[in-house]
Each structure stands twice: as C-alpha cells, then as structure tokens.
Ligand binder design. Structure first.
Ligand SMILES: Nc1nc2c(ncn2[C@@H]2O[C@H](COP(=O)(O)O[C@H]3[C@@H](O)[C@H](n4cnc5c(=O)[nH]c(N)nc54)O[C@@H]3COP(=O)(O)O)[C@@H](O)[C@H]2O)c(=O)[nH]1
Length: 704
C-alpha cells in the first residue's frame, strides 16, 4: 500500500490535495502536514512513497524541505513533487538542486496531478523492486566471494601474487600458515619472505620472467621447509594477472601441495626396490648398486666383491617347523647380515633363502672370503625362534670385480657357480669363483640338453641284475638299472648322468620312463614263458616332491598289465627323510594294491631303524659296503648279522647287494640272508640276456 504525504501550510490546499491524493489509487494511505519540521520528524521513522510539497512555506521553503528530506535515510530516491505558483526559472532550479523530482504549477489541474502522481508511484515501485534485486545480488555476490576467499584460503596450495616491484599483494591463509604467520603480516613483503631465501630469489627471478614475457611458465616441482621444519613438496606454476583493461599488474604463483603424492610415490619406489619380508634391497636394487659400483670402479680402478649364498637345509626347516618360523628365520638372518657388513656394503635378498652381499672397497678376493667367514660365523650362532633353537649354515660363493666378471649378470652367475661348488663340496663353506667352474657348468648344461635329447630319442635302456634266493638257488627277480646308450654305441653309467638329472629335475621323466619300461618288460617275460619274476625299480626323492608317485605307479601297472605283487620299489634314505607323512601315505596306498618295498643301502643311513618302524617295507637291502670285506672285517660281520636278525624278527626279508664271491655267498647263507644280488650271479645285463639266463637256469634245474 502506497503512502502519499501532502505538505502545505494552508489548510484549504492541504485538504484539497489530500482528497485528490486519495484518488490516486485504491487503498492509498494519505498523510497531510502543515509544518515541514513536523513532516521531517515523521519521516525519521516512516519512508513515504510520494511527497507533494508546497514551495512557499514560512520558515522552511519547499527547496529546503526537499534538501533535508533527501538527507534522511531511505529518502534519497522517494519522488518529491514541488507545487509552486512561481514561474521563474530560479525557483525551479533551486528545487531541482535540492533534489525535487517534478513540478506542478498552481493552480493545479486535477487530472494532471493524478496522472503525474500515478506515474511517479509506478516509478517508485520500479525503483524499489530494482533496489531489492540489487541488494539480493549484492548479498549473493558477497556470499560467493566469501566462499571463494574461503576456498582460496583452505585449498592445499600456496597461492600468492606479487606486483611489478616484487611486493606481495596477496597470499592465502594456507601459505601463511606454513610460514607460521597471518596473511596480513606477509603483505608488502618480498618473495624471500614468502618462499625462504633460496626459493625466494628464484621465485623473484621467475616473476620477472613472467612480467617480461607476459606468458605463464610451465609447472615445476620444488621442496619447501615449513616454519615447523617439515619438508613438503609442491608443484608450482606462475601466470600473469591482468586488470579489466588487460594490463598485466601482477604474477600469480600457485604451488599445489603434492607431498602426499610424493610420499606415496617414494613408498612405491621403496616397495619396488625392497624385499617385503626383510626390507632388504631386492635383486633390482642390488643390480642398480652393482652397476653404480662398476661405473665408479672403472674410474678409480677399485675392486668390489659379490657374495652369493643360500641357507643350507632351509627347505627342511620350512617343511618341518612351518612357513611362519621359516619367515622369522629369514628376517633374523637378514638382521645378522646387516650387522655383519659395513655401512657401505649392500645386503640383498634375492628370493627364497637366497641372499647376496655387495662388498665395496675390496683389494683382493681374500677380503671377500674374510667377509664370507664372518657371515658364516654370525649364522653359526643358533637362532631362538618361538622356543625352537634353529641352527643354520650357509654355502657362500664369491666373485670379484673385475677379475671374475665385468657386469652384474656375469658376476652373479660366477658367484652362483662358486656357491654351487661350495655346496657340492659339503656345504657350510666358501668358494671363490675359478675359471674351471665355468667350464664345468657349461659341461653340465651340455649334459642336460643331451639328456633331454636322449629321453626324446629313446636312447635310454634298462639292464637287469638278477636277484637270487639263497635257499632255492633260483633267480627270483631282477633290479632294473638304467643306462644311456649314446649315438655312437657307448653305454653311459647312471652314476655319470643321474646326479645331474637330480639337480635339473630331469630325474622325474627319466624315473617315470624306467618304471613304465621295467613294468612293460617284466609283464612280457611271463608271456614269453618265464616264471613270475619280481622286478625292482629305484625311486628318486625328487619324484615324491614333484609328482603323485601313487598315481604314476598305478598308471604304469595298468598300462603294462604287470601284477602289482611283482613290482618292488627301492627306497633310499633321501626319500624317507623328507615329508614323511606324505611319503608314508603314498606307500601305504600302493602297498594296499600289492606293491612291495625294500630299503636300499640299508645300514648306511642315520636312522635306518626308524625307517623300519615308520614305513611299510617288505625287504631290507644290505648295502654292498658291508658285503665287500665280509670275511675280514668283524664289524661288517656283526652288522650283517644284526640286519638279518632285525629283518627276520620284524618279518622282513633280507637281500644282500654287491655279492662278488662264493665266500660271500657262503657267509650270507650261513647268516640266514634270504636273497643275494651281485656280480657273482651276474652283472646288470640287457633284458634279452636276462631272459636267456633265466631260461638256461630253468633248463639246468630241469636236467639236474
Ligand atoms: N633312481 C634311479 N637310480 C638308478 C637307476 N638305475 C641305476 N640307479 C642308481 O645309479 C647308481 C649306479 O647304478 P649302477 O651303475 O647300475 O650300479 C648298480 C650295480 O651295477 C652295482 N652293483 C651290483 N652288483 C655289484 C657288485 O657285485 N659289485 C659292485 N661293485 N657293484 C655292483 O650296484 C648298483 C645298484 O645299486 P643299488 O641301486 O643300490 O642296488 C646306483 O645307486 C643305482 O641305484 C634308476 O633307474 N633310477
């Protein structure tokens, strides 16, 4: 509802205009005053929408009233119509200068009064609407710039601007907080105040560059030490700041805090170069350090050593005590190694139980051997882990730069050859690389590929050595022994290729072939009219680790058609020593099918007696070392007697191997030994010769 105020010192006029004003629009509120001072007092608390005032009034005229009215709060834009009888321009000018909006000449035309009053009220309403909109826009703007300021202050970035004089004209709260200051304290300061001495000078130089070129600079990474002494990392960029006219006035520096990203990257880099279990450098970091050492050594002529080793019998510890203890042992070993070497040396874990040490500042290979001795001494003190006292040792290979190799791969390979030699020389020792080791290794590689070819080209053959029952004097079986018949007809002894086949794992396919071939040939003997002879086949410990022996044996029996009771498997200590539970399980399953077992080389192992108790064996095979001097050596006599008695008291048969003389036969018969095998009855021979031998024996028996 509009409020219209009429001001006139004459009552008649006042009443006329008040009545007229009431016609301006429905619901209009009209207030009439005769005294300008009283009206101004009213306006202190109420703002009208239209004021109609007489010009000529005693004391305060219309111009003065208008001036005072305009000075009141909220009254600057209210339309003021001045009524005057004067026609002179000076009155109008006075009134206009005082802020009047319009004039009406007395006597006033009523129609004109109403039309002007309505237009002015309409204008007033539009003004008010505009003012409201402007005020809401203003507050929105204020809100959004407050928000922007907040964002700028809290974003994890140092944001600042400097002018052409290199003075700070803006800095955000985040930047200031890293300096332990308030933004106001930094304003007007030099870049050194913002970025520290070193970075400040550089920042100032780059700012000058931006001012000169008028272009932004590519981002760059930099470190920054906060006032609290914390090292943080930033990705900084610089860009020109221009005013509305496009003139460059300042350089804006935005440095994004990338500390977390840098730390994550550095953590990832650490993971990529370190072993997760021990936190020692891994192979890749060792490689990098060796490369660096080679580059230095080339310049200075210095030498360094690479030591390579693994823990003797670690697999056994892992298998018996579990991976948890195995892991703890590796960690404890790592700690001892680090404590043994100098700070300039690198201890690395290459995987499993394999460690390497890069020993710097070495003069001769003896220095590497000395360190190896210290390493072995440190490992010789038993480890106490979870109540277990664990002893371990290491076989260490040493290679020297440049004597034993010019690059990482060569040095590692040669240290590996030396380690291999240390192992084959009886473990818990150290060997330095020597040229002949390489030759041997090459020979082994050649042998390896030759053996693979031999398997593929079917160059392996089986020979059979008869086993004779002492009571009947008849051949009751044969041991199948593998040979390698080379292209040129040479026969290679298993002693010359099986140890390497064990190392390379080729023993698994070789043994499988032997088993299948022995079953196939033995099955054919009965078809050829021979009595149902037993065939003994040697198994390798590796087979039990790498394949399901039970399945392989049953498959060989099924494929050949051999009765399972005619197959005997010879077990050695190396089979019975590891993973006992799994081995016993397989043997019992095969025994249930009728397969029999003998313990080979009986009497030579550390715990032969426990094997007899734990494993489902049928026969003990006395090692030939006890047979060789049987008549001369009282100890051997006692051992043979003890084994025979032990076997018989446990319901086991006893067979003696390596029987070469009639005297040995007589002695064994006297001791009650059940069976014999040895050169005296026949060397291992081709299958055809063995069949002939059995047939001849049958003829002799028939004719006798
Ligand atoms: N896992 C497998 N091992 C096998 C296989 N074939 C053979 N072998 C093992 O190789 C070692 C050497 O075997 P070999 O040269 O055949 O020697 C055997 C006999 O020739 C030898 N022997 C037999 N009688 C005598 C004798 O009176 N005197 C004497 N000095 N040597 C003799 O003994 C070897 C058989 O020994 P054993 O197996 O302990 O009964 C040897 O360890 C073989 O086991 C195979 O297929 N798989």
């Amino acid at each position: 509802m509009a409020l219209v105020v009429i001001l006139d010192d004459r009552v008649t006029n006042r009443n006329i205009f008040a009545k007229l004003a009431a016609l301006i629009e429905p619901g209009v509120d009209v207030r009439a005053f005769g005294d300008p001072v009283e009206a101004l007092g009213f306006f202190e608390s109420v703002t009208p929408d239209l004021v109609v005032t007489d010009y000529k009034m005693p004391g305060v005229d219309g111009a003065e009233f208008t001036r005072r009215f305009r000075a009141l709060p909220g009254c600057g834009d209210v339309p003021v119509v001045v009524l005057t009888v004067y026609e002179e321009r000076s009155f109008r000018l006075n009134a206009l200068e005082a802020g009047a909006t319009d004039f009406l000449q007395s006597p006033v035309d009523h129609h004109e009064f109403l039309t002007r009053a309505r237009n002015l009220l309409k204008l007033r309403r539009q003004q008010l609407a505009l003012a409201r909109r402007a005020s809401s826009l203003e507050s929105e703007l204020r809100d959004s710039s407050d928000r922007l300021a907040q964002v700028i202050d809290t974003v994890p970035a140092m944001i600042s601007a400097v002018d052409r004089d290199g003075r700070c004209i803006f800095v955000n709260a985040y930047h200031a907080s890293l300096l332990g200051a308030a933004p106001e304290e930094l304003l007007g300061g030099a870049p050194t105040r913002l970025f520290g001495l070193h970075h400040g000078d550089r920042s100032a130089a780059l700012d000058r560059l931006v001012f000169q070129s008028g272009a932004a600079l590519p981002s760059y990474e930099e470190e920054f030490i906060t006032s609290a002494g914390e090292r943080r990392y930033f990705l900084t960029s610089k860009a020109p700041l221009r005013d509305a006219a496009g003139v460059m006035t300042a350089v804006l520096t935005t440095a994004l805090d990338i500390t977390d990203r840098k730390r994550a990257e550095s953590h990832l880099r650490h993971l990529a170069h370190h072993d997760a279990l021990t936190d020692l450098p891994n192979r890749s970091l060792l490689h990098e350090r060796v490369r660096h050492e080679i580059a230095q050594a080339r310049r200075s002529g210095a030498k360094f050593a690479l030591l390579l080793f693994d823990l003797d019998r670690f697999k056994g510890i892992n298998d018996v005590l579990g991976h948890h203890i195995g892991d703890r042992l590796l960690k404890a070993v790592a700690e001892r190694l680090v404590a043994t070497v100098r700070e300039t040396d690198t201890v690395a874990r290459l995987g499993g139980d394999e460690f390497a040490i890069l020993q710097t500042n070495v003069a001769v290979v003896g220095d590497g051997m000395d360190l190896a001795r210290r390493v072995r001494e440190s490992l010789s003190v038993p480890f106490l882990l979870d109540g277990h006292e664990i002893s371990t040792s290491a076989s260490i290979g040493v290679a020297l730069f440049p004597d034993h190799g010019f690059d990482f791969d060569d040095l590692l390979k040669n240290a590996d050859l030396a380690m291999y030699r240390a192992k084959s020389d009886g473990r818990d020792g150290t060997r330095a690389f020597a040229e002949d080791m390489d030759k041997k290794a090459r020979a082994i590689t050649v042998l390896d590929s030759d053996m693979r070819r031999a398997l593929a080209k079917k160059e392996l053959v089986l020979h059979y050595q008869p086993q004779v029952n002492l009571a009947s004097g008849r051949i009751v079986g044969a041991e199948a022994l593998v040979r390698w018949r080379k292209d040129n007809g040479d026969l290679v002894s298993p002693a010359d290729f099986l140890p390497q086949a064990e190392e390379s794992g080729l023993i698994v396919p070789i043994s499988e072939w032997v088993l299948n071939e022995a079953c196939r040939e033995a099955a054919s003997w009965t078809r050829d009219g021979l009595p149902p002879l037993r065939v003994a086949v040697n198994l390798s410990a590796i087979q039990f680790r790498k394949q399901n022996v039970e399945q392989v044996v049953l498959a060989a029996l099924a494929a050949s058609g051999l009765e399972s009771g005619r197959l005997e498997l010879e077990l050695t200590e190396s089979i019975l020593l590891h993973d006992t539970e799994r081995v016993v399980h397989s043997l019992r399953a095969l025994q249930a099918h009728g397969v029999t077992f003998s313990i080979d080389d009986f009497g030579t192992g550390y715990s032969s007696l426990s094997y007899v108790r734990n494993f489902p064996v049928n026969r003990l095979k006395i090692d030939r070392s006890f047979i060789h001097n049987l008549r001369e050596d009282g100890n051997d006599v006692a051992i043979v007697r003890a084994i025979v008695n032990l076997g018989h008291s446990l319901n086991l048969d006893v067979i003696a191997e390596g029987v070469e003389t009639a005297a040995q036969v007589g002695h064994l018969r006297a001791e009650g030994c059940d069976e014999v095998q040895g050169f005296y009855f026949g060397r291992p021979m081709p299958a055809a010769d063995f069949i002939d031998l059995v047939r001849r024996e049958a003829v002799v028996a028939q004719t006798a």
